[in-house]
Design a protein around this ligand. Sequence first.
Ligand SMILES: C[S@@+](CC[C@H](N)C(=O)[O-])C[C@H]1O[C@@H](n2cnc3c(N)ncnc32)[C@H](O)[C@@H]1O
Length: 269
Amino acid sequence: MNAVDQIRVRDIRGSALCRLLAHSLDRSRLWCLQNPNYCLTPPQAERFHALKNRLDGGEPISKILGQRSFWKDDFITTADVLDPRPDSETLITAVLNHYPDQNAPYRLLDLGTGSGCLLLSLMGEYQKACGVGVDYSAAALKVAQRNGEGLRRFPLWVQGSWGESLKGPFDIIISNPPYIPTEACQTLEVAVRVFDPMMALDGGADGLQAYQALMPHIKRLLAPTGMAFLEIGDTQAEAVSSIAQKNGLKIHGIEKDLENRDRCVIVSL
Ligand SMILES: C[S@@+](CC[C@H](N)C(=O)[O-])C[C@H]1O[C@@H](n2cnc3c(N)ncnc32)[C@H](O)[C@@H]1O
């Protein structure tokens, strides 16, 4: 297919291209299925080709469409935030398993909130909770704020480094910090390396720099009966547990993701 061909809806095959087509037409995918003979106008065809070129260049479809599903909601995603990942839903499940009373007015803290997907998902589950979401990136916080407004959940958004400007206590702390070793960042697939912000990925030479920095804040900000849920790379459980223990925290457990890889370290006072 090239730019001068006349495009009919029925010519477009494959899930990703069909999503781009629906987006170019400003129609639902169901409408496209119901109108296979519709012929795109030249501006619509141009728009479709522009989006397809981005897909061919390795940009993830979520970033092209500006939206990604996480847990029970759709989140805005842009170049300023990490795309919400299914692996991170392990943290939501772990919190719900440890804190089953969904009517409790928990104080929630999300360190490195990005799109706000973790905090906003928890606030959807705990309707009486209040939340604070911290990020170093002001641009990321703007995306988080838009997501909160869209979902009508209103945590406090704070720009800063981890917990440095905060006072506790918090009942539940969550964090998915950058944890990929610097060298490994260069070998990530294009969709991640180019289209997710490096500040969300790069965990320093050993991938553990963020855990070293944020663990003292967790120790200081956690309520006596509280727990912190930290996302980890699948080989980091031992190293992150050791950093937590050196900061006077106890290891409450390690949770695995759906592919049975270590994904979350749970710590308490
Ligand atoms: C792996 S992303 C996680 C984003 C989101 N919580 C999620 O799970 O999709 C890490 C986030 O930590 C933020 N970050 C990096 N360094 C930080 C720092 N020193 N203080 C606060 N946030 C930081 C990044 O900007 C990024 O949004």
